[in-house]
Design a protein around this ligand. Structure first.
Ligand code: UN1
Length: 502
């Protein structure tokens, strides 16, 4: 069944007369998931106006009642988990087990947000004056635009929608043009959970709709996950808009560091999951595994042998490790980087190849964007692009190092700083990397993917602008106010300031 989607503004589903776009399955390019309206500036502005209008009543609603709507939403997501996972697998090509885990991650955000409803949401502070009570109280900014990527089309929107809404902001959600169907389902579930009209609004579309949201001065927060280039553009446009906060999580060239004392099997499992889960299309996916020179031969042999065995195929088949890449443009970009790795002197250990899995080979209606892992060994060096630029695909460099100081230098020598895994048995080594590397999420004896919602999610350098997502987003979607009350019968001032009026 193909979906005929609409925008959602002020509690009404609207189908504008203009152009539409199709969402197709990356596993079967002829399978259309649905037709979606291509949002225009007018659609974006209408949604912003609806959110602005709904804001005063929503911020005045009890925080606990706002939170309780998330409890209702959690019940709906539990009811729909399997259907959401299947739709996601069809639309973005991630294997259905992974999609299920993502729906659970989104559910965890909803449950977290519900739980915060009855938690303290400010601080009580001291005053120099005994009769003064001083508080830090949070206030919502107002209207938030939530612009999200295709690779986590359920959890990442909820990381942003959850904290924004529970804090009293209203939102406009623009899902990725590669995953509009799952975006549409999210908003339908919010509506069914009883969120009032105008509190959550939906605009489908591409750059025109996104740009119009960012340019609208009535939007106070832009919450974005996607490429560095788009994040930079959002920041530039936003710089001239007063009252504008941008929280962006952008590119990465994340890495696993395999130390001299690493347990080999653990290190291989960590590397494989970091590099090839989701076909390397997580923002936190490893593009580099930096391995101690004494281990690298044994590591490379085992790593390549394991990568060769990975089951890549139909995302609806739970037995597969990973599915296709998102679209032809992505496939071609990854292939260009695969070729570049050779041109730049990499020793190719496994050639990444576009292919059709057995079930679809020879059937033109089942052709998809499947690509096998590409692995090469290369020395770290200046200006080597393939080990510095984000590829967003199953493209992996194995890089040797001599000592931990060199490993830190190699790790830090990209413009990004998102995610890092250290494989070691030594707490001193772990601590050294923890303190010297530049990252937002650090893991020890784990893959460098696999965040959980109650932790902040974000990065440094070109990976983010210091406003992490998930639980950490509360800092971006609220501003802190100081609230001071005097209980004395006369005015009393801090710092010994005299109150004599003369
Ligand atoms: C992303 O790739 O944009 O840490 C988000 C992880 C996931 C989230 C990734 N929980 O791998």
């Amino acid at each position: 069944m193909s979906i005929h989607a609409k925008h959602f503004a002020a509690g009404q589903w609207r189908k504008p007369a203009g152009k539409t776009f199709a969402s197709t399955s990356p596993a079967r390019l002829t399978e259309t998931i649905g037709e979606f309206p291509l949002g225009t500036k007018a659609d974006a502005d209408e949604a912003v106006a609806a959110a602005r209008k709904a804001f005063p009543a929503w911020r005045r609603t009890s925080r606990i009642l706002r939170a309780e709507l998330f409890d209702k939403l959690a019940q709906l997501v539990k009811r729909e988990t399997d259907d959401l996972a299947t739709l996601m697998a069809r639309e973005c090509g991630k294997v259905v087990t992974e999609c299920r885990a993502e729906v659970v991650e989104g559910l965890h955000m909803i449950q977290y947000v519900f739980g915060t409803g009855r938690m303290p949401m400010g601080d009580i502070l001291s005053s120099e004056i005994a009769e003064k009570d001083a508080f830090m109280r949070r206030k919502p900014w107002g209207v938030a635009a939530v612009i999200t990527p295709w690779n986590f089309p359920f959890a990442v929107p909820l990381w942003m929608l959850g904290p924004s809404l529970v804090e009293g902001n209203t939102v406009i959600f623009k899902p990725s043009e590669d995953t509009p169907a799952i975006g549409q389902r999210i908003v339908e579930l919010f509506e069914e959970a009883g969120f009032p009209a105008g509190v959550i609004n939906l605009v489908h579309g591409e750059a025109e709709a996104g740009e119009a949201l960012v340019r609208n001065p009535s939007v106070n927060c832009v919450l974005f996950t996607g490429s560095y280039e788009v994040g930079k553009r959002i920041a530039e446009i936003s710089a001239s808009i007063p009252d504008r906060i941008v929280a962006s999580e952008t590119g990465s060239k994340s890495a696993v560091i395999v130390c001299e004392d690493a347990k080999l099997d653990l290190a291989v499992t960590s590397g494989i999951i970091s590099a090839f889960k989701t076909s390397g299309q997580r923002c936190v996916s490893a593009g580099r595994i930096i391995v101690h020179e004494k281990l690298i031969d044994a590591y490379a042999e085992k790593f390549v042998a394991t990568a060769k065995r990975l089951k890549i195929g139909d995302p609806l088949d739970a037995n597969n490790f990973t599915g296709p890449v998102i679209n032809k443009t992505a496939l071609e970009k990854i292939e260009r980087y695969n070729a570049l790795s050779k041109e730049e002197g990499g020793e190719i250990l496994l050639v990444g190849q576009a292919f059709q899995p057995d079930c679809q080979a020879g059937k033109p209606d089942l052709r998809g964007c499947f690509l096998s892992p590409h692995i090469y060994r290369i020395k770290h060096g200046p200006k080597v692009r393939c080990i510095r630029e984000e590829v967003f695909g199953p493209h992996l460099a194995l890089i040797p190092f001599k000592d931990n100081e060199e490993a830190v230098r190699i790790y830090n020598d990209t413009e990004y700083g998102l995610s890092l895994a250290i494989i070691t048995e030594s707490y001193r080594t772990m601590r050294y990397f923890r303190d010297e590397c530049e990252y937002g999420m650090g893991y020890v004896n784990l893959p460098c993917i696999g965040a959980e919602v109650h932790l902040p999610f974000g990065g440094v350098k070109k990976s983010g602008n210091g406003h992490p997502s998930a639980a950490g987003l509360i800092e971006a979607v609220t501003h802190k106010t100081a609230w001071t009350v005097n209980h004395a019968e006369e005015v009393k001032m801090a710092q010994g300031l005299t109150t004599e009026v003369k």
